[in-house]
Design a protein around this ligand. Sequence first.
Ligand code: DC
Length: 225
Amino acid sequence: MRAEREPVVAIDGPAGAGKGTVARLLAERLGYRLLDTGAMYRAIALSVMRAGVDPDDAQALARHLDRIDVSLDDGRVRLNGEDVSGVIRTQEVGQLTSTLSMQSIVRDKVTPFQRRAASPGGVVIEGRDTGTVVCPDAEVKFYLTASLDTRARRRYLEVTAQGASVSYDQVRLEVAARDAQDANRAVAPLRRADDAVEVDTTRLSVDEVVERMLQIVGERRCCTR
Ligand code: DC
């Protein structure tokens, strides 16, 4: 029988559904560790970009992956020891990340690390496949959604606040393209786990989403102890 542990809370959903923000707040409120799996994929994309590796050249990509080390600790993501948490948040890195994360050699590099990091429990893990592939036995699973316009508006506000000069229409197109790419890929596509609770954040404030999720975690927690 499995030893009792604090729950693993897995949060998946498309870009802009609010996963990053609510995962961080939920982890703070619960006193759990936060695992941002997208940050690991982004760090890989950054290193591929910096090294000028052709993402379609499978052999070059495999050689490059062998040479790099990506880790997550204290909410910071490190690439060969360098804290890259800030520089991975650009549209350019996001776009390449979506392409690279379709490849199984890339996923095979980070999935075991994420699984090990989540296994003791007491963790909020956030991404696209955390409830389906990384932690299929997570005690609590959420699938966050929001309308395309809402998600595009959130992304637009986020990137323009960082100083990027893009139009709303451009961001909307990019979000839609990323949705299609993440959902239609052959390996670990974005999908709601059968046992995930779906939360549509279109008309909810961040606080409302977090409160709703806390309530569900509380209910599950008392039943698994
Ligand atoms: O959540 P994010 O925007 O940081 O994710 C960046 C990209 O990484 C996104 O296009 C999908 C991919 N990703 C993934 O394939 N699997 C995960 N568990 C997390 C992110």
